[in-house]
Design a protein around this ligand. Structure first.
Ligand code: 6R9
Length: 642
């Protein structure tokens, strides 16, 4: 594959698609560009139920935006109640646990479960505006928890189960949350991953927490704190499933999701209700070409934005049937995913390049053992997809028949901004292709000027869209500074990109100090702050290193305090330390020790040099401002000794 192929949609696919031709896509785009108010009002009418309509479509006082001003709606109502009449007996969630247990919840059953749990929360005194942490495995009850919060207007913040107690605590405190919804544990690779222990460790320093409600998933040992902790199943008996959905303002906060920024402190990205729902439901249909009979499977965890928008709110708002799988792709063997696709006849699969690369490594015999003919559409998210992974996904999984939608977006964007509409837009492997209607993307230089086709620049968005980040929780200055300070009124994505002669976007990666490890965002500063908290560490510098499977891996340069350290032992300990401080996914691949780190004369660590060292082991750029060239030589040499 040369990387220049273009894959036009087949007539078979186009003829059944929601958007079936390039002209139809261009017409949508043109309409949204010319009349954003009219366009989004129409989408809001067709995709969302409103208790009361808006006075105007949007209000833009950069950097702050409001969508569907004055309108009233409810996200859980849209995901559940609205479907009862026409889809009551349709499966909303088909769940498969890692040990093989299965459970299907129809829309009626999910509605009842959410209503009942909402009543539990209500009777315990929680109400609109309160903040709840959801720290759970990938089980249906995690979705019940999110929707019960949404039903009452409680702002949820899902924390990925892979995060440590430290990270959990920081999020609880930043949000001033009063409720934690969790489980004893979950299953991963046949082992119980305990969650409650981390909650206990985190909550002991969080006096604001009133209740910890615990779902029993594994049945393993789980100490309960008298008065504060309650078993989920003890609270349900006798509680009515009827709980009216709160009629909330369109701008009522729906959730806060933490993501890594360029500093050590994660940012709480705030999303609200009406605009978010309108946008995720619209893109669900445009990008995944969702139909009534689809069996849709997104392999993300609900702890990431992909899980929020394209497992919970997007698909359920559209009345889709979603597969939810709890565990690892290699349990009990590397064909688990393909077995799930075959047994449940999944029609749409949405996953990440890092997962695809891990699967490629195991060989074609695993997918080839299974009938994957139900699949009709494949999706990719999280990082640029490299041509080899694209090719394998297309041929071996999609049998050269299913289009691949490469979806570019961010926690901050709430929904997919750049992706092909699969019945309309020809694919180019590695490119997210063209923007969604109403999304005015561009590639510009340092001064905000549009660059020539083919040239690299910063990816920006010129106009607000309905699911845009509203602010950083508790820090509106940082929000403005981070996204809107370079070019006032224009959203700065932090990604580099180029646009080719056909107007296709090619996202190249981050321009800041944010790493992308297995599609998870992680800031170099966050890992550095964790390292220097260790008593042996004097100074640390962290860079992303190219990695075959995970895209990037965490590579740390560490200088130590005085002492007689065993580098072998300490290296292991520091890797473990970072996993404990942040979460297992942040565990460094490599720790290199140095007497000192390369610095400019003004004392700034030269990460650029370190990046070159880990990438090529040579240093080519300008080192004239470097304090001690010997440091670099020694650091490069160390690799050869390893
Ligand atoms: C949805 C999600 C956002 C960052 C983003 C970019 C990278 C995501 C991509 C992609 C190229 C794609 N990214 N999807 N790069 N092609 N299809 O991943 O959100 O975790 O906030 O990460 O991920 O660098 O800026 P989030």
């Amino acid at each position: 594959m040369s990387g220049n192929e273009v894959y036009s949609p087949s007539t078979e696919f186009s003829s059944q698609a929601h958007v079936g031709s390039m002209e139809a896509y261009q017409e949508l785009y043109r309409r949204a560009e010319a009349d954003p108010e009219g366009f989004w009002a129409q989408q809001a009418e067709s995709e969302v139920h409103w208790f009361e309509k808006w006075s105007h479509v949007y209000e833009w006082h950069p950097p702050f935006v409001k969508w569907f001003v004055g309108a009233k709606t409810n996200a859980a109502y849209n995901c559940l109640d609205r479907h009862l009449e026409t889809r009551g007996d349709k499966p909303a969630i088909i769940f498969e646990g890692e040990p093989g247990d299965q459970k299907t919840l129809t829309y009626r059953e999910l509605h009842a479960a959410v209503g009942q749990f909402s009543n539990v929360l209500k009777s315990r005194g929680f109400q609109a505006g309160d903040r709840a942490i959801v720290y759970m495995p990938m089980i249906p009850e995690a979705i019940v928890a999110m929707l019960a919060c949404a039903r009452l207007g409680i702002i949820h913040s899902v924390v990925f189960g892979g995060f440590s107690a430290e990270a959990l605590k920081a999020r609880i405190l930043d949000l001033d949350a009063s409720l934690v919804l969790t489980a004893d544990g979950g299953w991963r690779r046949g082992k119980e991953v305990k969650l409650k222990g981390a909650v206990d460790e985190a909550v002991k320093d969080c006096p604001g927490i009133k209740d910890v409600l615990v779902y029993r998933r594994t049945g393993g040992e789980c100490p309960m704190n008298e008065g504060r902790d309650h078993w989920w199943h003890d609270l349900l008996p006798g509680v009515s499933p009827d709980c009216p959905a709160e009629e909330l303002d369109s701008e009522h906060p729906l959730f806060v999701l933490y993501t890594s920024g360029t500093t050590g402190k994660p940012k709480g990205i705030l999303h609200t209700t009406g605009g978010y729902l309108t946008y995720v439901a619209s893109t669900m249909k445009w990008v995944f070409d969702l139909k009534e009979n689809d069996i849709y499977w997104c392999t993300a965890d609900i702890g990431w934005v992909t899980g929020h928008s394209y497992i919970v709110y997007g698909p359920l708002a559209c009345g889709a049937t979603c597969l939810v799988y709890e565990g690892a792709p290699d349990f009990p063997a590397w064909d688990r995913w393909w077995d799930i696709v075959e047994r449940h006849k999944a029609t749409i699969l949405y996953t990440s390049p890092t997962a695809i690369r891990a699967l490629i490594k195991q060989g074609d015999e695993y997918p080839n053992k299974h009938d994957l003919s139900s699949l009709r559409l494949l999706g990719s998210v999280g990082e640029p997809i490299n041509p080899a992974a694209w090719d394998w996904y297309y041929r071996v999984i999609g049998k050269s028949r299913s289009p691949i939608v490469d979806t570019w977006w961010q926690t901050e964007t709430g929904g997919i901004l750049i992706a092909p509409m699969p019945g309309a837009v020809p694919l180019k492997p590695g490119s997210g292709t063209l923007p969604m209607p109403g999304v005015l993307t561009d590639v510009v230089d340092f001064y905000g000027e549009k660059v020539a086709p083919g040239a690299e620049g910063f990816l920006i968005i010129r106009r607000p869209w309905p699911s845009m980040i509203r602010t950083i929780w508790g820090d509106p200055e940082r929000f403005e500074q981070q996204y809107f300070s370079r070019m006032p009124g224009i959203y700065f994505t932090g990604d580099a990109a180029r646009r080719d002669e056909d107007g296709y976007f090619w996202v190249l990666g981050r321009v800041d100090d944010v790493m992308n490890v297995s599609g998870h965002r992680l800031s170099t500063m966050e890992v550095e702050s964790a390292l220097v908290r260790h008593p042996a560490v004097a100074e640390a510098a962290v860079v992303g290193k190219p990695h075959e499977i995970t895209g990037q891996a965490v590579c740390c340069f560490v200088s130590l305090k005085q002492g007689n350290w065993d580098h072998g032992v300490l290296g292991k300990e520091l890797r473990q330390w970072v996993a404990h401080e942040i979460g297992a996914f942040a565990r460094p691949e490599e720790i290199r020790f140095a007497e000192s780190l390369p610095k400019t004369r003004s004392g700034k660590i030269m990460r650029r040099l370190l990046r070159e060292i880990v990438t090529s082991n040579t240093v080519t750029g300008d080192v004239t401002t470097l304090e001690d060239l010997g440091v670099v030589t020694r650091l490069s040499a160390q690799h050869d000794e390893d």
